[in-house]
Design a protein around this ligand. Sequence first.
Ligand code: ZN
Ligand code: ZN
Length: 277
Amino acid sequence: MKLGAHISIARGLALACRRTEEIGGTTFQFFTRNPRGGKARDISREEIEELTKIRRQKGIGPLVGHLPYTVNMAAEKEQVYEFAAAMVEKDLRRAEAMGAEFVVCHPGRHGERLEGLKRITLLLEEQLAGFSGRCLFLLETMGGHGSEIGTLEDLGLIFSALGSPGSLGVCLDSCHLFAAGWDLREAAGVEKLKEAAEKAFGLQRVKAFHLNDSLHPLGSGKDRHARIGRGHIGLEGFRNIVNDPFFAGLPLILETPVDDYKEYGEEIRELLQLVRE
Ligand SMILES: [Zn+2]
Ligand SMILES: [Zn+2]
């Protein structure tokens, strides 16, 4: 299984690989730039070469970049929308240069859902057409609180409006799905989720899965992450995910609230114990 966590690359890509290995992981996610602002540090060619070497030696991958939270591809305000377009353009190339397989982005927020979906589609149409790399752009499923776009149905509409380009994929998030009403604690709930994903954009378009427990109950809309087994999803829900033949083949990435990356190691061990022989 490809298990890992969200790891800081502030002190180098090679260190992020070593930390991943230290916690028993084989994949990791990182912020492409400052998540609350948008500033990015320069990453040298030497740093990327070192990353590539370590990845090959240790068998680490895929690598998943996450765009900043300040990116709103559905934004009404022109300035915010242009910032989102610039970040998508820059970070797809940044991730590609690092050799990352995927970048994940939250779809965005807009008072009018259909108008918001139109804005996202226009932005992605332009950015994906102008990008010829191998890195795939993944839209993350969201809890759907307030003006937030990101239900399976929303993503399905974006896929079909764009003609389902091969450069576009989906990243699931267990906490967000649970907030949106998908009951992962039940095997039947997981089956229903897969059927809905198949119908909306095709299950094979799902390329990554964020594993987070949920601080809030089923269908709350609120996406506050909890540590694995300590929230409302509970170990039963994660047992369903790690034993599902499709989901178990995806990079499974923890974004749980830990004080130190080493605590992810405990969660990885817990998840591995849930795997049935
Ligand atoms: Zn996210
Ligand atoms: Zn997530």
